[in-house]
Design a protein around this ligand. Structure first.
Ligand code: UFG
Length: 324
Protein backbone atom coordinates (compact mmCIF):
# COMPACT_ATOMS: atom_id res chain seq x y z
CA UNK A 1 0.00 0.00 0.00
CA UNK A 2 1.03 3.63 -0.44
CA UNK A 3 0.82 5.01 3.11
CA UNK A 4 1.14 8.34 4.86
CA UNK A 5 2.76 7.92 8.29
CA UNK A 6 2.45 10.84 10.68
CA UNK A 7 4.92 11.03 13.56
CA UNK A 8 7.39 8.73 11.82
CA UNK A 9 10.36 10.39 13.56
CA UNK A 10 9.08 9.40 17.01
CA UNK A 11 9.69 6.17 18.90
CA UNK A 12 6.71 4.03 17.91
CA UNK A 13 6.34 5.70 14.50
CA UNK A 14 9.97 5.08 13.56
CA UNK A 15 9.86 1.39 14.50
CA UNK A 16 6.49 0.82 12.80
CA UNK A 17 7.76 2.58 9.65
CA UNK A 18 10.62 0.08 9.43
CA UNK A 19 8.24 -2.85 9.79
CA UNK A 20 5.81 -1.38 7.22
CA UNK A 21 8.66 -0.92 4.71
CA UNK A 22 9.90 -4.47 5.35
CA UNK A 23 6.36 -5.67 4.57
CA UNK A 24 6.56 -3.93 1.18
CA UNK A 25 4.59 -0.74 1.84
CA UNK A 26 5.63 2.60 0.33
CA UNK A 27 5.87 5.38 2.94
CA UNK A 28 5.70 9.13 3.13
CA UNK A 29 6.48 10.32 6.67
CA UNK A 30 5.28 13.63 8.09
CA UNK A 31 6.79 14.86 11.35
CA UNK A 32 7.28 18.34 12.81
CA UNK A 33 10.36 17.12 14.74
CA UNK A 34 9.05 18.75 17.93
CA UNK A 35 9.92 15.60 19.86
CA UNK A 36 11.06 13.22 17.11
CA UNK A 37 14.51 12.87 15.55
CA UNK A 38 15.14 13.30 11.82
CA UNK A 39 17.68 10.45 11.87
CA UNK A 40 15.02 8.07 13.25
CA UNK A 41 12.90 8.31 10.09
CA UNK A 42 13.03 4.92 8.37
CA UNK A 43 15.52 4.64 5.51
CA UNK A 44 13.51 4.37 2.31
CA UNK A 45 10.66 6.62 3.45
CA UNK A 46 10.02 10.01 1.85
CA UNK A 47 10.15 12.70 4.57
CA UNK A 48 8.12 15.90 4.81
CA UNK A 49 8.72 18.16 7.80
CA UNK A 50 5.70 19.99 9.17
CA UNK A 51 2.62 19.90 11.37
CA UNK A 52 -0.04 17.46 10.26
CA UNK A 53 -2.62 20.26 9.95
CA UNK A 54 -0.27 22.23 7.68
CA UNK A 55 1.04 19.56 5.34
CA UNK A 56 -1.23 16.46 5.35
CA UNK A 57 -3.79 17.90 2.92
CA UNK A 58 -1.09 18.81 0.39
CA UNK A 59 0.68 15.46 0.68
CA UNK A 60 -2.56 13.49 0.38
CA UNK A 61 -3.58 15.67 -2.58
CA UNK A 62 -0.36 14.98 -4.52
CA UNK A 63 -1.10 11.34 -5.26
CA UNK A 64 -3.55 8.65 -4.26
CA UNK A 65 -2.82 7.06 -0.85
CA UNK A 66 -4.25 3.77 0.37
CA UNK A 67 -4.17 4.82 3.98
CA UNK A 68 -2.77 6.80 6.89
CA UNK A 69 -1.04 5.47 9.99
CA UNK A 70 -1.37 8.28 12.51
CA UNK A 71 1.23 8.32 15.30
CA UNK A 72 1.89 12.06 15.57
CA UNK A 73 0.79 13.22 19.01
CA UNK A 74 1.82 14.69 22.28
CA UNK A 75 1.98 11.82 24.74
CA UNK A 76 3.20 12.85 28.19
CA UNK A 77 0.57 12.41 30.86
CA UNK A 78 2.12 14.89 33.32
CA UNK A 79 2.62 17.58 30.68
CA UNK A 80 -1.00 17.14 29.57
CA UNK A 81 -2.18 18.04 33.08
CA UNK A 82 0.03 21.16 33.18
CA UNK A 83 -0.55 22.31 29.60
CA UNK A 84 -3.83 20.83 28.32
CA UNK A 85 -3.92 23.33 25.47
CA UNK A 86 -0.94 21.57 23.85
CA UNK A 87 -2.95 18.36 23.86
CA UNK A 88 -6.33 19.68 22.74
CA UNK A 89 -4.70 21.55 19.85
CA UNK A 90 -1.79 19.22 19.17
CA UNK A 91 -3.79 16.01 19.33
CA UNK A 92 -7.44 16.82 18.63
CA UNK A 93 -7.26 19.82 16.29
CA UNK A 94 -4.39 18.33 14.27
CA UNK A 95 -6.24 15.03 13.91
CA UNK A 96 -9.49 16.72 12.87
CA UNK A 97 -7.52 18.44 10.11
CA UNK A 98 -6.11 15.06 9.07
CA UNK A 99 -9.58 13.47 9.00
CA UNK A 100 -10.84 16.31 6.83
CA UNK A 101 -7.88 15.96 4.46
CA UNK A 102 -8.58 12.23 4.24
CA UNK A 103 -12.28 12.83 3.55
CA UNK A 104 -11.55 15.36 0.83
CA UNK A 105 -9.00 13.14 -0.88
CA UNK A 106 -11.08 9.99 -0.35
CA UNK A 107 -8.22 8.26 1.45
CA UNK A 108 -9.86 5.03 2.57
CA UNK A 109 -7.98 3.66 5.61
CA UNK A 110 -6.75 4.91 8.98
CA UNK A 111 -4.84 3.21 11.76
CA UNK A 112 -4.69 5.40 14.87
CA UNK A 113 -2.46 5.23 17.97
CA UNK A 114 -4.92 5.26 20.84
CA UNK A 115 -3.93 4.41 24.40
CA UNK A 116 -4.70 2.56 27.61
CA UNK A 117 -5.05 6.04 29.10
CA UNK A 118 -8.53 6.24 27.51
CA UNK A 119 -9.75 3.81 30.20
CA UNK A 120 -8.46 5.66 33.27
CA UNK A 121 -8.44 3.74 36.55
CA UNK A 122 -9.85 0.29 35.70
CA UNK A 123 -12.46 -1.48 37.82
CA UNK A 124 -11.43 -4.86 36.43
CA UNK A 125 -8.13 -6.15 34.99
CA UNK A 126 -7.29 -7.39 32.43
CA UNK A 127 -8.95 -4.48 30.64
CA UNK A 128 -11.23 -5.37 27.71
CA UNK A 129 -12.30 -2.94 24.98
CA UNK A 130 -15.86 -2.70 26.35
CA UNK A 131 -14.56 -1.40 29.72
CA UNK A 132 -15.72 2.10 30.72
CA UNK A 133 -13.62 4.91 29.23
CA UNK A 134 -13.00 7.44 32.00
CA UNK A 135 -9.62 9.06 31.33
CA UNK A 136 -7.97 10.67 34.34
CA UNK A 137 -5.81 13.15 32.42
CA UNK A 138 -6.05 15.39 29.32
CA UNK A 139 -3.77 13.05 27.32
CA UNK A 140 -6.25 10.18 27.65
CA UNK A 141 -9.20 12.53 27.17
CA UNK A 142 -7.83 13.88 23.88
CA UNK A 143 -7.11 10.38 22.54
CA UNK A 144 -10.63 9.30 23.49
CA UNK A 145 -12.12 12.38 21.80
CA UNK A 146 -10.23 11.44 18.64
CA UNK A 147 -11.54 7.87 18.85
CA UNK A 148 -15.07 9.29 18.95
CA UNK A 149 -14.40 11.56 15.95
CA UNK A 150 -12.98 8.64 13.97
CA UNK A 151 -16.05 6.53 14.76
CA UNK A 152 -18.27 9.32 13.41
CA UNK A 153 -16.21 9.61 10.21
CA UNK A 154 -16.48 5.85 9.70
CA UNK A 155 -20.24 5.96 10.17
CA UNK A 156 -20.93 9.06 8.08
CA UNK A 157 -18.20 8.93 5.44
CA UNK A 158 -17.31 5.26 5.05
CA UNK A 159 -13.82 5.58 6.53
CA UNK A 160 -12.20 2.22 7.38
CA UNK A 161 -10.46 2.75 10.73
CA UNK A 162 -8.73 0.88 13.50
CA UNK A 163 -7.71 2.40 16.85
CA UNK A 164 -4.98 0.49 18.63
CA UNK A 165 -4.92 1.07 22.38
CA UNK A 166 -1.30 0.63 23.40
CA UNK A 167 -0.34 -0.33 26.94
CA UNK A 168 3.31 0.23 27.98
CA UNK A 169 5.41 0.07 24.84
CA UNK A 170 9.11 -0.72 25.27
CA UNK A 171 12.04 -2.38 23.52
CA UNK A 172 13.69 -1.50 20.22
CA UNK A 173 13.83 -2.84 16.69
CA UNK A 174 15.89 -2.32 13.56
CA UNK A 175 18.10 0.38 15.07
CA UNK A 176 15.13 2.45 16.28
CA UNK A 177 14.15 2.85 19.92
CA UNK A 178 13.38 5.26 22.74
CA UNK A 179 15.43 8.42 22.28
CA UNK A 180 13.67 11.42 23.78
CA UNK A 181 15.17 14.74 24.84
CA UNK A 182 13.16 14.50 28.07
CA UNK A 183 12.69 10.92 29.21
CA UNK A 184 9.89 10.01 31.62
CA UNK A 185 9.37 6.30 30.84
CA UNK A 186 10.47 3.66 33.30
CA UNK A 187 12.58 1.23 31.22
CA UNK A 188 14.76 3.82 29.41
CA UNK A 189 15.24 5.66 32.71
CA UNK A 190 16.40 2.50 34.48
CA UNK A 191 18.79 1.68 31.62
CA UNK A 192 20.18 5.21 31.63
CA UNK A 193 20.81 4.81 35.37
CA UNK A 194 22.62 1.54 34.59
CA UNK A 195 24.90 3.47 32.25
CA UNK A 196 25.45 6.23 34.83
CA UNK A 197 23.72 8.81 32.62
CA UNK A 198 21.48 9.52 35.63
CA UNK A 199 22.38 8.91 39.28
CA UNK A 200 19.49 6.62 40.24
CA UNK A 201 15.95 5.50 39.54
CA UNK A 202 13.10 6.93 41.59
CA UNK A 203 10.29 4.52 42.36
CA UNK A 204 7.15 6.64 42.22
CA UNK A 205 4.97 5.15 44.94
CA UNK A 206 5.60 2.19 47.24
CA UNK A 207 2.14 2.18 48.84
CA UNK A 208 0.03 0.87 45.96
CA UNK A 209 -2.32 -2.05 46.76
CA UNK A 210 -0.01 -4.53 44.98
CA UNK A 211 2.17 -7.33 46.34
CA UNK A 212 5.33 -5.22 46.54
CA UNK A 213 3.60 -1.83 46.84
CA UNK A 214 4.72 -0.55 43.43
CA UNK A 215 2.58 0.04 40.33
CA UNK A 216 1.98 -2.77 37.87
CA UNK A 217 2.05 -2.26 34.09
CA UNK A 218 1.74 -4.42 30.98
CA UNK A 219 4.86 -4.03 28.81
CA UNK A 220 4.55 -4.76 25.09
CA UNK A 221 7.49 -5.07 22.71
CA UNK A 222 7.44 -2.31 20.11
CA UNK A 223 8.05 -4.85 17.30
CA UNK A 224 4.97 -6.86 18.35
CA UNK A 225 3.07 -3.59 18.40
CA UNK A 226 4.29 -2.83 14.86
CA UNK A 227 3.03 -6.22 13.66
CA UNK A 228 -0.43 -5.29 14.92
CA UNK A 229 -0.35 -2.18 12.71
CA UNK A 230 0.27 -4.32 9.61
CA UNK A 231 -2.68 -6.52 10.51
CA UNK A 232 -4.88 -3.53 11.34
CA UNK A 233 -4.25 -2.01 7.90
CA UNK A 234 -5.26 -5.26 6.21
CA UNK A 235 -8.35 -5.74 8.38
CA UNK A 236 -9.88 -2.26 8.07
CA UNK A 237 -13.39 -2.27 6.59
CA UNK A 238 -15.22 0.75 5.16
CA UNK A 239 -17.79 2.15 7.60
CA UNK A 240 -16.33 0.33 10.62
CA UNK A 241 -14.24 1.66 13.49
CA UNK A 242 -12.55 -1.24 15.27
CA UNK A 243 -10.77 -0.81 18.61
CA UNK A 244 -8.14 -3.21 19.95
CA UNK A 245 -6.09 -3.29 23.14
CA UNK A 246 -2.46 -4.26 22.71
CA UNK A 247 -0.43 -5.58 25.61
CA UNK A 248 1.30 -8.77 26.60
CA UNK A 249 -1.38 -9.69 29.18
CA UNK A 250 1.18 -9.94 31.99
CA UNK A 251 1.75 -7.29 34.62
CA UNK A 252 5.11 -6.38 36.13
CA UNK A 253 5.63 -4.10 39.11
CA UNK A 254 8.12 -1.24 39.03
CA UNK A 255 10.40 -3.23 41.35
CA UNK A 256 10.18 -6.27 39.04
CA UNK A 257 11.10 -4.11 36.04
CA UNK A 258 14.12 -2.69 37.87
CA UNK A 259 15.22 -6.14 38.98
CA UNK A 260 14.87 -7.49 35.41
CA UNK A 261 16.98 -4.57 34.18
CA UNK A 262 19.66 -5.43 36.75
CA UNK A 263 19.62 -9.09 35.61
CA UNK A 264 19.85 -8.18 31.91
CA UNK A 265 22.56 -5.54 32.33
CA UNK A 266 24.47 -7.22 35.16
CA UNK A 267 24.69 -3.79 36.80
CA UNK A 268 23.54 -2.85 40.29
CA UNK A 269 21.24 0.13 39.71
CA UNK A 270 20.76 2.64 42.56
CA UNK A 271 17.11 3.06 43.55
CA UNK A 272 15.35 5.77 45.58
CA UNK A 273 11.81 5.52 46.89
CA UNK A 274 9.70 8.58 46.07
CA UNK A 275 6.06 9.69 46.36
CA UNK A 276 3.48 8.57 43.80
CA UNK A 277 3.31 10.44 40.50
CA UNK A 278 -0.04 12.26 40.13
CA UNK A 279 -2.64 10.26 38.24
CA UNK A 280 -0.76 6.92 38.11
CA UNK A 281 -3.20 3.98 38.36
CA UNK A 282 -2.11 1.02 40.52
CA UNK A 283 -2.54 -1.72 37.91
CA UNK A 284 -2.94 -1.61 34.12
CA UNK A 285 -3.04 -4.94 32.31
CA UNK A 286 -4.51 -5.46 28.84
CA UNK A 287 -6.68 -8.18 27.56
CA UNK A 288 -5.49 -8.50 23.95
CA UNK A 289 -7.84 -11.40 23.25
CA UNK A 290 -9.83 -9.37 20.70
CA UNK A 291 -6.71 -8.46 18.68
CA UNK A 292 -5.53 -12.07 18.81
CA UNK A 293 -8.93 -13.43 17.72
CA UNK A 294 -9.95 -10.84 15.12
CA UNK A 295 -6.63 -9.59 13.72
CA UNK A 296 -4.78 -12.88 14.08
CA UNK A 297 -2.12 -10.98 16.06
CA UNK A 298 0.60 -13.22 17.51
CA UNK A 299 2.92 -11.34 19.84
CA UNK A 300 6.22 -13.23 19.99
CA UNK A 301 8.38 -11.10 22.32
CA UNK A 302 6.20 -11.07 25.42
CA UNK A 303 8.89 -11.93 28.00
CA UNK A 304 10.10 -8.88 29.91
CA UNK A 305 13.82 -9.88 29.73
CA UNK A 306 13.52 -9.96 25.90
CA UNK A 307 11.99 -6.48 25.84
CA UNK A 308 14.60 -5.10 28.27
CA UNK A 309 17.46 -6.79 26.43
CA UNK A 310 16.49 -5.16 23.11
CA UNK A 311 16.07 -1.79 24.85
CA UNK A 312 19.48 -2.25 26.51
CA UNK A 313 21.24 -2.90 23.17
CA UNK A 314 19.66 0.23 21.74
CA UNK A 315 20.39 2.42 24.79
CA UNK A 316 24.05 1.35 24.88
CA UNK A 317 24.54 1.95 21.17
CA UNK A 318 22.90 5.37 21.44
CA UNK A 319 25.09 6.31 24.41
CA UNK A 320 28.23 5.23 22.50
CA UNK A 321 27.25 7.38 19.50
CA UNK A 322 26.34 10.35 21.69
CA UNK A 323 29.64 10.26 23.55
CA UNK A 324 31.69 9.62 20.39
N1 UFG B 1 7.95 5.06 37.11
C1 UFG B 1 8.81 5.13 38.19
N2 UFG B 1 9.95 5.85 38.04
C2 UFG B 1 10.28 6.51 36.88
C3 UFG B 1 9.38 6.42 35.78
C4 UFG B 1 8.23 5.68 35.93
O1 UFG B 1 8.55 4.59 39.26
O2 UFG B 1 11.31 7.17 36.82
C5 UFG B 1 6.73 4.26 37.25
C6 UFG B 1 5.48 5.05 36.98
O3 UFG B 1 5.06 5.76 38.12
C7 UFG B 1 4.52 3.94 36.54
C8 UFG B 1 5.44 2.96 35.83
O4 UFG B 1 6.76 3.23 36.30
O5 UFG B 1 3.96 3.33 37.64
C9 UFG B 1 5.43 3.08 34.32
O6 UFG B 1 5.63 4.45 34.01
P1 UFG B 1 5.88 4.98 32.53
O7 UFG B 1 6.07 6.46 32.61
O8 UFG B 1 6.94 4.18 31.87
O9 UFG B 1 4.53 4.62 31.79
P2 UFG B 1 3.02 5.01 32.18
O10 UFG B 1 2.37 3.74 32.64
O11 UFG B 1 2.93 6.16 33.09
O12 UFG B 1 2.47 5.54 30.79
C10 UFG B 1 2.28 4.70 29.69
C11 UFG B 1 2.50 5.50 28.42
C12 UFG B 1 1.51 6.62 28.32
C13 UFG B 1 0.14 6.06 28.45
C14 UFG B 1 0.00 5.23 29.68
C15 UFG B 1 -1.33 4.55 29.74
O13 UFG B 1 3.81 6.01 28.41
O14 UFG B 1 1.65 7.28 27.09
O15 UFG B 1 0.98 4.22 29.71
O16 UFG B 1 -1.74 4.49 31.04
F1 UFG B 1 -0.77 7.06 28.54
Amino acid sequence: MRLLVTGGAGYVGSVCSRVLIEAGHELTVIDNLSTGNREAVAPGARFVQGDVADVAADVLGEESFDGVVHFAARSLVGESVEKPELYWYGNVVETLALLEAMRQTVTPRLVFSSTAATYGEPEVVPIVESAPTRPTNPYGATKLAIDHAIADYCHAHGLAAVSLRYFNVAGAYGGAGENRAIETHLIPIVLQAALGIRPDVKIFGTDFPTDDGTAIRDYIHVADLADAHLLALESAISGRHAVYNLGSGTGYSVREVISTCMDVTGIDIPVQEAPRRAGDPAVLIASSDKAIAELGWKPTRTELPTIVSDAWDFTRTLAEHTSA
